[in-house]
Write a protein that binds this ligand. Structure first.
Ligand SMILES: Cc1cc2nc3c(=O)[nH]c(=O)nc-3n(C[C@H](O)[C@H](O)[C@H](O)COP(=O)(O)OP(=O)(O)OC[C@H]3O[C@@H](n4cnc5c(N)ncnc54)[C@H](O)[C@@H]3O)c2cc1C
Length: 403
């Protein structure tokens, strides 16, 4: 007789930031969860937990606090003001957290540090089994369950399969979810740099005709730089000498910066948009990048993925059979507005400022000025920056104080 096939409530394919966050949240509900991750945790090419700097908004920080991964050292770089400018044009926006009665809009965290905490908590949590390095190779579903097979031949059964396997998700495709993929033909180059002007707690986003450039405050006067341009231009920039890089950065950064030194290592990412309107199939749901992948302008990707996590947890909180069609449908219903709005917002920002039509660019300049002048628009920008989009999940709501 063969060994018994392990049975879990939920199998999560993909142990990136979305998959591990979901595993922690589901274990808090008392569910038995399996996480399957293809790439060894110690491998240098682990794609999720690298040196990229991530802006996490207040809603995300609340969710991660509930998962016990946030402490003062993780959030040592708060963003208390945001400056948005446009090269060669009028119109700018300056947002101050204090004007909106909050201490900070969010914090800049390094993906590797966040990843280490998520993994440590997962190892210590009850009810989570990790299969790594293992790839979920094939699966079948019926009305009752999911049967999955891993690369090693290991079989698993569950009542729900979550695709958290990133933009190229083979599970999303095998489950027949309709999605749209757009190649921006742009790439992001990221690196760290020391600024002659102290980085403080201001994040800068500058829109140029070639693409956006973001400066995210880091400890000891450094900034995490996200430099976006056509893919061929980034390929070239990856080979520039450090001196040339610093000279070009000073030109592109515009007024407000005196100069830069000590650039760190560069990494590049090709940029794509993936949109899945109904990220469900029979006993399968896709979250994070596997469902919707965004352009990094305005730093929304993982923030949106975490709202997927929190939204799914709210739905499954009541479910006696996770994966039953009623819960899948409720998840889509609960998440569709936020997903559609966030994808539209980032896609519009990614396209408008590089549009060659001068009238269009005049319009965006006016748009920025309008944001600065009209409180309603400014407040919308702030709500979006903070991540509190309705319906606000229970993990993102303020803690109830009794007494
Ligand atoms: C330059 C840049 C800057 C960014 N800045 C921000 C920011 O400031 N704020 C923000 O919120 N977001 C930001 N993002 C977006 C953020 O990085 C992503 O949203 C996030 O990393 C997606 O996580 P994920 O877990 O959904 O997917 P992934 O990180 O792609 O993880 C998928 C995982 O699945 C595994 N896998 C794949 N197939 C299988 C399989 N068959 N079986 C098992 N495992 C499998 C992979 O090995 C991988 O570990 C940025 C992105 C870029 C590129």
């Amino acid at each position: 007789m063969g060994a018994a096939i392990p049975t879990h409530d939920v199998v999560i394919a993909g142990g990136g930031m979305a998959g591990t966050s979901l595993a922690l949240a589901l274990s808090q509900l008392g569910l038995d969860v399996a996480v399957i991750e293809a790439i060894s945790r110690s491998a240098n090419d682990q794609p999720s937990y690298d040196d990229r700097t991530l802006v996490l908004n207040q809603a995300s920080l609340r969710i991660l606090t509930r998962l016990d991964v946030v402490d003062d050292s993780l959030t040592r770089c708060p963003i208390r003001s945001i400056r948005v400018t446009r090269a060669g044009g009028f119109g700018h926006v300056h947002l101050n957290a204090a004007d909106h009665d909050v201490d900070a809009f969010g914090s800049v965290v390094v993906a590797r540090e966040l990843g280490n905490r998520l993994l440590a908590n997962m190892a210590a949590a009850d009810g989570i089994t990790e299969y790594c390095p293992e790839r979920l190779e094939t699966f079948e579903t019926d009305e009752e369950q999911v049967r999955a097979r891993l690369t090693s031949g290991q079989k698993l059964t569950a009542r729900l399969l979550v695709a958290a396997d990133g933009t190229q998700s083979s599970i999303r495709q095998a489950a027949g979810m309709a999605s749209r993929l757009h190649d921006y033909r742009q790439s992001a180059m990221i690196f760290n740099v020391l600024s002659d002007a102290p980085s403080g707690d201001t994040a800068h986003e500058r829109f140029t005709a070639q693409g956006p450039l973001a400066f995210l405050p880091q400890p000891e006067g450094r900034y995490g730089v996200v430099w976006i341009d056509q893919t061929e231009a980034i390929d070239e920039a990856m080979d520039w000498s450090d001196d040339h890089l610093l000279q070009r950065l000073t030109q592109r950064a515009g007024p407000g910066f005196n100069g830069f030194s000590k650039p760190g290592e560069r990494a590049r990412y090709p940029l794509k948009l993936l949109r899945t309107e109904a990220p469900i199939g029979q006993r399968v749901v896709a979250i994070g990048n596997a469902a919707n992948t965004l352009h990094p302008v305005s730093a929304q990707g993982f923030n949106l993925g975490l709202r997927d996590v929190a939204g799914l947890v709210d739905v499954l909180r009541e479910a006696n059979d996770p994966g039953a069609p009623v819960w899948m449908a409720r998840y889509v219903q609960a998440r569709k507005q936020d997903q559609a709005d966030t994808v539209r917002y980032t896609d519009t920002l990614a396209r408008v400022f590089t549009n060659p039509n001068p009238l269009f660019r005049l319009g965006t300049g006016l748009g920025l000025s309008a944001h600065a002048l009209l409180p309603g628009l400014k407040n919308r920008l702030v709500r979006s920056a903070m991540g509190f989009r309705t319906p606000v999940s229970s993990l993102a709501r303020p803690e109830q104080v009794n007494g």
